[in-house]
Design a protein around this ligand. Structure first.
Ligand code: AMP
Ligand code: MG
Length: 405
């Protein structure tokens, strides 16, 4: 055994992680269908006006506004209908004084007209070739002018923008079918441990199913990374070195297990041989044996997560997610928090910042934490509360801030 001689504070760990992030530079072109949640890698400037022509914003009649001056429902202006204009077609008619054209929403304005009166303010009379305009129109009314939405030369997307559904819409509006985005960081995920077996098969005595491969892959995918799971590595330095080498092409490497101080926890030795340890051991609970290092001449960031599934996933939320999002150039994650009274007293570890999972029942937060090795500490919780290192007890009834998963 090689016990931790010291741990660093959570704040210190966060500072070191922030200092180590090198946001991804690689870019790629994706179809708009695949662009949601991606980060634009270049400004997008419109080559065209949107709309490309002046169009009606209402179903109604294209008129000359002056013809409707003073019109009311009881004293309507009467205009002769000279055309019907549907979307996707141009009218060959020029609207002259005393005439109008029926027009659909989105159809190009005919020459001569300078306003649209919506159909609700009109009536047909005579054989249907005369339209009664029951309200005075203002010049420009219900017309979407050419370029009113986007003018040629306008920047519709700035490099670094998160591509939301509406921004994808703006790119589509200017006729582009794809977008240049930053590549998703490739995140190698690798479980270590002689006892760890991928689910789907059967267990020999002493074996357990791999949980971390799946929780880590899921959280990486959810926060802008490309999860690349690797084969499980045995607990030998040689196997771990081979595993590290197999992950060399990744932008970020995440191992789980073997980062503690048991005699088989050899991740530390593997890092010593291949890179530089930035920290090992954080004053948090769960998740104290977490390590962070850089590997090789590329200085690829490396997380050594604890093997205990709840410790592993908890620290993935707290440390890996912010790091990965910064790597991917995504905005910081802002989880929702709710305030609730604590339903039962909690005793916390002294000198360790504790993340304590809770279940919300009728507005009350009940402790849900079982043990660091128990995935149900998380899977049956709604969120967690934080108990700072200098507090050892939170009494029942205390109002706590619950960060929701
Ligand atoms: P370690 O960090 O390797 O000392 O492992 C701590 C505990 O977590 C041990 O009980 C391991 O069997 C368990 N463990 C390690 N890796 C995994 C994994 N990938 N999935 C589930 N449990 C694991
Ligand atoms: Mg292990």
């Amino acid at each position: 055994m090689r016990p931790f001689t010291s741990t660093i504070s959570l704040d210190d760990a966060r500072r070191r992680l922030d200092a180590a992030v090198r946001p991804i530079e690689r870019t790629e072109r994706v179809r708009l269908e695949d662009a949601v949640g991606r980060v634009a890698a270049a400004d997008v400037t419109s080559p065209m006006d949107v709309p490309p022509f002046a169009r009606s914003a209402m179903d109604g009649y294209a008129v000359i506004a002056a013809d409707s001056a003073g019109a009311t429902r009881s004293t309507p202006a009467r205009l002769r209908l000279v055309d019907r204009i549907y979307t996707g077609q141009l009218s060959s008619v020029t609207i002259a004084r005393g005439t109008c054209a029926e027009i659909a929403t989105g159809a190009p304005m005919p020459a001569g007209a300078d306003a649209v009166v919506m159909v609700e303010d009109t009536a047909k009379s005579g054989s249907g070739h005369e339209i009664e305009i029951g309200a005075a129109a203002a010049v420009g009314q219900h017309i979407g002018g050419r370029g009113a939405d986007i003018a040629a030369g306008d920047r519709v997307i700035a490099s670094g923008d998160l591509l939301s559904p509406s921004r994808i819409g703006a790119i589509a509006a200017i006729g582009r079918a794809d977008a240049d985005v930053f590549a998703k960081p490739r995140v190698a995920i690798l479980s270590t441990g002689n006892e760890v077996v991928v689910p789907g098969g059967t267990l020999a005595p002493g074996q357990i199913f791999d949980v971390n491969r799946f929780t880590l892959s899921a959280i990486v995918s959810a926060h802008g990374g490309m999860a690349e799971p690797h084969h499980t590595a045995q607990d030998t330095v040689a196997a771990l070195l081979a595993a590290l080498d197999a992950c060399a092409a990744a932008d970020l490497i995440v191992f789980s297990g073997g980062s503690s101080v048991g005699e088989r926890d050899l991740v530390v030795d593997a890092i010593a041989a291949r890179g530089e340890m930035i920290f090992h051991g954080i004053a948090v609970r769960p998740g104290k044996p977490t390590a962070f290092a850089t590997i090789g001449s590329a200085r690829t960031p490396f997380f050594g997560m604890p093997g205990n599934p709840t410790s592993c996933l908890s620290n993935a939320y707290i440390l890996l997610v912010p790091f990965l999002r910064a790597l991917a150039r995504l905005p910081a994650h802002a989880p929702h928090t709710v305030r609730a009274p604590l339903g039962r007293r909690i005793a916390s570890a002294v000198n360790r910042h504790q993340f304590y999972t809770v279940r919300l029942r009728e507005g009350v937060a009940f402790p849900a934490f079982k043990g660091s090795g128990d995935i149900t500490s998380l899977s049956q919780a709604d969120g967690y509360i934080e108990i700072p290192a200098n507090e050892s007890v939170v009494e029942e009834g205390t109002m706590v801030a619950v960060t929701l998963f």
